[in-house]
Design a protein around this ligand. Sequence first.
Ligand SMILES: Cc1ncc(COP(=O)(O)O)c(C=O)c1O
Length: 398
Amino acid sequence: MKISVRSQSMQASPIRKLVPFANEAKKRGTKVYHLNIGQPDIETPRVFMDAVKEADFDVLAYADSNGWEPLRESIARYYQRIGLPYETGDVIITNGGSEALQWALIIACDPGEEVLVPEPFYTNYRGFAAPYLAEIKPITTYPENGFALPGREVIESLITDKTRAFMLSNPGNPAGVVYSAQEVRMLADIARDRNLYIIADEVYREFCYDGKTATSFGSMTDILDRVIMIDSVSKRFSACGARIGSLTSKNRDVMTAALKLGQARLCAPTLEMIGSKALYDLDPDYFAPIRANYEERRNILIEALQDMDGVLCEKPGGAFYAIAKLPVDNAEDFAIWLLTDFELDGGTVMLAPVENFYQTPGMGVDEVRVAYVLNKEDLQEAMRILKAALAVYPGRKV
Ligand SMILES: Cc1ncc(COP(=O)(O)O)c(C=O)c1O
């Protein structure tokens, strides 16, 4: 049977495609330190499980297609607490931020139309774009200047009559970049002047370090009708398995389209929406110790990486990822070799090759993304293993 061209054009996730090698290593008894995936080890707040346990239904029925109203209200209150003017009617609950991103692309683009995305970008954006045939056009950013956006002229030169939206995560995955207020304003101005949407993926909003904060596109009140805000409980509350996200917009046409997409897939899961409401009702103080914890891990990671011979790594300002340029020919080959051919004192590390986080061919070939989602001790051990591995890797560049 024929497999559609659009399905064939999907990439295997670079975050997950090395899993069979990791499983084999585990079968051999090797401990694998997972630095490849953004699965935090932070405990999910107990209130989630408590709320789920307290729920009691004779029939676990479908929920409304736009989500359980008390959760939508809690998300609106959360936005208002952080100064964003969203209300319950602006919020629709999705199956993770992932579904919200897919809907945003469907709503903003017809097949063949384009979204401008700063690269390197969250690699699953390719997976979301491919089946809907939106084209990702990269705005290339470079480690040498902290992955900052280029100037307005460069960005405007990439706009064609097919361009419909910007799509970006801030703070960013995979480089951990936090865009400045000026950069956010610049994109808002371009979007206004060139009639574009902004798909604002702010799932890491609370994770900014060194006293920085991320400027939200939701605070750009003059362009709110263009902003499609994406959020999720996955990273914010370390509840990745809940699969609860949201799409939020002041634009009624966008919300009408989103609701139709919501109706087509019926609803988000009821128990997880109940648990997620308890998360969004948490005191905002919840984030301070978590942020401090990630900041400390980031410092350990960056110090260790910068200490490795031939490794280049800029200190990221947010999220929980860093990109490291390695002294190897090909980072994917190295990541596989780590799982198939190397261990130190019974352990090895799993990394995500960064090549497929870029749209431009040939970029990121010698780079990996490292997620600092392990506790301090494990992170230190993982760095000790990586350093030893790089020293003996046969494909090492001198
Ligand atoms: C930038 C970014 N956006 C969205 C997502 C998807 O999150 P969810 O688990 O809510 O689908 C991720 C997950 O890693 C991410 O890094």
